[in-house]
Design a protein. Sequence first.
Length: 329
Amino acid sequence: MSTTEYWFAGSTEEFTPPQLVAQAVAAEEAGFDALGLSDHFGPWFPGGQGSQAWVTLSAIGAATTLPLATGVTPVQHHYHPGVIAQSFAALASLYPGRITLGVGSGESVNESPLGLDWPSVAEQQARFDAGLEAINRLWAGETVTMDGGWFRLKEAKLFTLPENPPRMIVSAFGPKAARIAAERGSGLWTLGDPEQAPAVIDAYRAACSDLGKEPGTIVLQSGISWAATQDEVLRGARKWKPTQLPELYTADISGQADMQQLADRTMTDEEFAHEGFIASADLDEHVARIKEIEDLGADAVCLQLIGSADPMGTIKAYGRTVLPALVGD
């Protein structure tokens, strides 16, 4: 029997808030262990959506009973750390024991439309680290005066705190971010990429050891899409190719058309569907690929629903076939 948790995540870049709530309800019925949302200001591709994650997550909480998470909230520019801390404290008060704040250092697609001149990777990580420090101190009940460089707090205090603060799991793609995850969070969140994830996980565990801490929850993520035929899957999901380009997480590329054109030039449909995300009409492939991600060391596998071919059918197929095959092993 597998002890890994299987989390469902909705895509704010592709679906409206009512659709995301309906998907979450269906995912709970299908047997997923937790529910989440991506958190982006805008989409990665032309013609997408830009649903506000926190508002929608609150509605999902009211309609379901499972744990809830963002995967992941950017801490870089457009969300002030004090507002993040306050908002997730409120969610934890509404839904005790259910809230995980997944955090990351953001991308240009989030921040440039809201006025940031996209910084260097070193500056991104410095901003991220300072923001997480502020959030943790506010959750601890401190009155905080702090100049974080890109934000300030002046005798800031959260006057409404939940009995227990939310859990924070920190996204990382390299050793420096993995160190931040060990220092600031209670877990690591990264992509379920067999070529990249092992080094990130090793760096995280080594940093925890250096700090005298036990490693927290390791969450590995992949996108999923299913339909009756592979042509249908690709027609609905290939627009997600930009999310597989490493440079879009570090470089100043925020225009949807530019991102899509770059992805189409540099990645085939096969590479996207069978090496990046799990975009397949073959449910056995879904099971096998998720098992590969588990074997990398995941405590939880976060499966983000992508693609317009048959989103509700994908959830039902997971409930009928994929999750039972995973849990039964």
